[in-house]
Structure formats: structure tokens, C-alpha cells
Design a protein. Structure first.
Length: 49
């Protein structure tokens, strides 16, 4: 049964701990994988406050 509201404390800790255990945050200095960039718009890009 799903909760009516999403509670990040119940879910995020489990996955964050898993990512740490798997070294998902560890970068390789010399990786053969292609590089990439995630573009995030600057704050207030819409002009509203």
C-alpha cells in the first residue's frame, strides 16, 4: 500500500546508504567512459521571484 504523501526521510536514507556502499559517488580519474555535463538553469531564470 502506498502512502498518500511522499516522505523523503523514509525513502532517501535507504537509497543514499546503498549508493555509498556501491561507491556510486566515487569518480575514476582516468575513466574510458565519455564525459558529460548536466545543464541546470540559473536561479530565477523565469524572471519571477
Amino acid at each position: 500500500m502506498l502512502e498518500k504523501r511522499y516522505n523523503p526521510k523514509d525513502i532517501e536514507k535507504k537509497w543514499y546508504d546503498f549508493w555509498l556502499e556501491q561507491d556510486y559517488f566515487k569518480a575514476e580519474a582516468k575513466s574510458g567512459k565519455p564525459s558529460y555535463c548536466i545543464v541546470i538553469p540559473p536561479p530565477n531564470v523565469t524572471g519571477s521571484h
